[in-house]
Design a binder for this molecule. Structure first.
Ligand code: B1M
Length: 214
């Protein structure tokens, strides 16, 4: 049986360097040589993204590097997707993410999304300025287990509370974990509004989110 360790290491390395074109070639080559799509995902892409997440968390790299790595991840994931579907590998579950009503900031939200996707979770991205009724409807229709609410303004933090209240009114609060974050959000605010989790950064958010699917 072939050992694909070198291929997986190369894919992980290319992801960390954000080489979008080269990583697609490397993924296609590994598939052609017979590597299992799930292994390419776990041992190449997710492993690389975990390293990126760790470095970002420790302040060794910054937003531009993460965005470039995330773009490479997106290209490689798209290349892998049909092979994964054909192999019957399903994402571990679904999560919904958005920036809450009144708030147009999306850089942090996009990073959180990419990091969560890097953990093998399908993410439904509702975008920015999303009203609570839209979030409730999406949670109900998708059966997502986690909803991630980002807010960058002190004023829009209150939309996180409104969303939790709307989930309660819709009878969905017990069916979904609510994660909150964004620069002005704190653990004590998260506790106050009844969120399940607060994360200070994208890498931690992805770790917390993944744990809900164990
Ligand atoms: Co705005 N803005 N902005 N802005 N903006 C801030 C947030 C502000 C702090 C700037 C300042 O005054 N110093 C200030 C907010 C003040 C406050 O309320 N406390 C502010 C303001 C006032 C405004 C406007 C009102 C300005 C105006 O029009 N007068 C306006 C509001 C528009 C609106 O939303 N309705 C506005 C507009 C904008 C732009 C459109 C120009 C642009 C956004 C572009 C975009 O997102 N596409 C913008 C920007 C870029 C910023 C700053 C400079 C940078 C934000 C950012 O992207 N940071 C910001 C000042 C600053 O932060 N230095 C500022 C990088 C990003 C990676 O960090 O989003 O914090 P962040 O995400 C982190 C964590 O917070 C965490 O993970 C990420 C990565 O580790 N995280 C989560 C985020 N979401 C999470 C969710 C989780 C878990 C973790 O779980 C669900």
């Amino acid at each position: 049986m072939s050992d694909f360790t070198n291929s997986f290491n190369e894919i992980s390395d290319l992801l960390q360097k954000g080489k979008a074109k080269d990583i697609v070639v490397a993924v296609e080559k590994a598939l052609k040589e017979g590597a299992a799509p799930a292994d390419i995902l776990e041992k190449g892409l997710i492993s690389g993204m975990n390293i990126v997440g760790g470095k970002f968390k420790n302040g060794e790299i910054f937003v531009p590097e993460v965005l470039i790595a995330a773009r490479a991840m997106n290209h490689a994931s798209a290349t892998l997707k049909s092979a994964l579907v054909a192999a019957g590998v399903k994402p571990v579950g679904k999560a919904v993410i958005c920036t809450v009503k009144g708030d147009l900031h999306d850089i942090g939200k996009n990073l959180v999304k990419m990091m969560i996707e890097g953990k093998g979770i399908e993410v439904i991205d509702l975008g920015v300025d999303v009203a609570s009724d839209k979030i409730v409807e999406t949670v109900r229709d998708s059966g997502a287990k986690v909803v991630c609410l980002s807010a960058l303004l002190t004023t829009t933090m209150l939309s996180q509370k409104e969303t939790i209240d709307a989930l309660k009114s819709a009878g969905l609060r017990d069916k979904v974990k609510v994660m909150v974050g964004g620069a002005p959000v704190t653990q004590s605010f998260a506790d106050e509004i009844g969120a399940d989790a607060y994360s200070p950064d994208a890498a931690t958010a992805a770790e917390v989110c993944r744990a809900y699917y164990n």
